[in-house]
Write a protein of this length. Structure first.
Length: 97
């Protein structure tokens, strides 16, 4: 069974190509649910008009499957909308905020 730590490790390998901070520390992940080897993710994007959404979703699935997940399901939401207050302190420091 895949562990939450492994899922988070995989998410920290995924980056929006325009922002040099991983999606986990950016605060884009709203909810993780693991059942057996299936991972369900509720997440958002920095913008609903993100031009790299397909690339990003494929990257997330690949990184988590590399760590043992059989299925990775990703649901997108924009409620609440993302804002910079959702970033980790490390992400804010890295971006100079």
């Amino acid at each position: 069974m895949i562990k939450e730590e492994a899922v988070i490790e995989g998410l920290k390998e995924c980056y929006d190509p325009e922002i040099p901070v991983n999606i986990y520390d950016l605060g884009l992940i709203y909810k993780l649910e693991i059942k057996d080897n299936d991972v369900n993710i509720l997440m958002t994007l920095t913008s609903p008009f993100c031009p790299v959404i397909d690339y990003l979703l494929d990257q997330i699935k690949e990184e988590i499957k590399k760590r043992g997940a059989e299925n990775v399901n990703i649901d997108l939401t924009f409620d609440p909308p993302w804002n910079k207050d959702m970033m980790s302190e490390a992400a804010k420091e890295e971006l100079g905020l």
